[in-house]
Design a binder for this molecule. Structure first.
Ligand code: ZN
Length: 127
């Protein structure tokens, strides 16, 4: 099986870390692809239009959004297929990002402090 990773920012699922998750092909068709990337908060221009990228199942209502979910679950289909008009709708992994934005409006000072803390932590991680 080839290595897959979720292209949604803040989502850390990969086919190695979370092999039990489904990874859904992002449509190659440009209009839909753009929509998916925008939903995830990515700039479509940052992503090559012909690359294979995936979103993991966390961003879908998987049983409802997939055209062949039950067949796939039973092993009749090799590949999961998204219904044509479906776009990813769940971005729980990005809640922290949304929350940060809200906090900023309430008290800018505490946000700066927290930001400092975060970058320190990140520096440590790198070292
Ligand atoms: Zn994901």
């Amino acid at each position: 099986m080839s290595y897959k990773w979720c292209a949604v920012p803040q989502c850390e699922n990969t086919s190695i870390k979370t092999p039990e998750k489904l990874f859904v092909n992002v449509p190659r068709q440009s209009k839909m692809r753009k929509k998916w990337l925008q939903m995830a908060g990515r700039d479509p221009k940052d992503v090559k239009s012909n690359s294979h990228i995936y979103f993991c199942e966390d961003h879908f209502n998987i049983a409802k959004d997939m055209a062949n979910y039950s067949q796939y679950k039973m092993g009749f289909s090799q590949r999961i297929l998204v219904k044509d008009d479906v776009v990813p709708s769940k971005f729980d992994c990005q809640i922290s990002r949304l929350k940060r934005t809200n906090d900023k409006n309430l008290s800018p000072t505490s946000d700066i402090k927290r930001h400092k803390k975060t970058s320190n932590r990140m520096t440590k991680k790198l070292v």
